[in-house]
Design a protein around this ligand. Structure first.
Ligand code: CP
Length: 301
């Protein structure tokens, strides 16, 4: 594997291989030096907390150096292009870029411009492949199995603008899950027909039927027009409230890629419930990103 642009470019064997490797890094506190001579550059043109921090932790745990690039204080502000920025940093001896950008396709363009490995850390509403990988690892651990055959997963929220949903739908489908999307009609994606997914509009209709409820954030940074009558109505219909939680079984699970909009996507108390996997998802960001970095930089390419 030279790059990781999206889950849709992986086959089942590659997905399993990355997850198997990630499992070997879970709870592995002792730093390894397998990427000792390597330097990675996180090019985050869009904000991030968990993805950037866990890529940096993953690189440091493997012995790699991490360039401290801050788009907000860079010469992008003087009018330098993304291409010139990437090529300038490449000249400094970088082994891989980790790229987040508000536009889909920028990671591929940077790979074309520079010729060095690029890992997509989220591009527009296109893909967020390492999020999907950590979601799969979290479900492997929670369900104690490597596939999702017969497992019912309902995504709830803003799919029209969600790269998390697009990557995780691909990954969960590949593992055999049965998927439902629940949202107002304005938040369903226009490219729906590419996935074998049931479309619903009422969370209460599906909440008991699914093994996992995966909440997708309102992507306010990408929403350019009114997609719902009011926030109050959205919360009433789609928030995982305490009342909805009380109707769920003991073995039903709740996921969210984060950041979580408390009181909009779910009540604060839901985040503390043992059925909620959000903190496990965050923790799994490190072993998954170690596996991706190791696969791209640690062996034959
Ligand atoms: N899930 C996710 O991508 O979070 P950040 O935006 O904080 O990286």
């Amino acid at each position: 594997m030279k790059h990781l642009f999206g889950i849709r470019e992986l086959d089942r064997a590659q997905l399993d291989e990355l997850l198997d490797l990630a499992e070997t890094f879970v709870g592995n506190g002792s730093p390894s030096q397998t990427l000792q001579a390597k330097t990675i550059a996180p090019l985050f043109f869009e904000d991030s907390t968990r993805t950037r921090a866990s890529f940096e932790m993953a690189a440091l745990k493997l012995g790699a150096n991490v360039l401290d690039f801050d788009a907000k204080t860079s010469s992008l502000n003087k009018g330098e292009s993304v291409r010139d920025t990437a090529q300038t940093i490449q000249e400094m001896g970088i082994d891989a870029f980790i790229v987040r950008h508000k536009s889909g396709g920028i990671p591929q363009r940077i790979a074309e411009w520079t010729g060095i490995p690029v890992i997509n850390a989220g591009d527009g509403a296109h893909e967020h492949p390492t999020q999907a990988l950590l979601d799969c690892l979290t479900l492997r651990q929670a369900l104690n199995r490597k596939d999702l055959k017969g497992i019912k997963i309902a995504f709830v929220g803003d799919f029209a603008h969600s790269r998390v949903m697009r990557s995780s739908v691909h990954a969960f489908s590949m593992l055999g899950a049965e998927l439902t999307l629940v949202a107002p009609s304005t938040m369903h994606p226009s490219d729906m027909s590419v996935w074998p997914i049931t479309v619903k509009y009422n969370l209460d209709e599906v909440i008991k039927e699914n093994d996992i409820i995966y909440s997708i954030r309102l992507q306010q940074e990408r929403i350019s027009k009114a997609v719902m009558p009011s926030m109050r109505e959205y919360i009433t219909r789609y928030c995982i409230s305490l009342d909805r939680l009380s109707r769920m079984e003991k073995d039903q699970l709740i996921m969210d890629a984060g950041p979580v909009l408390r009181g909009v996507q779910m009540s604060a108390e839901v985040l503390e419930d043992p059925r909620c996997l959000v903190s496990k998802q965050v923790a799994n960001g490190i072993p998954v990103r170690m596996a991706v970095l190791q696969s791209i930089l640690g062996g034959a390419q």
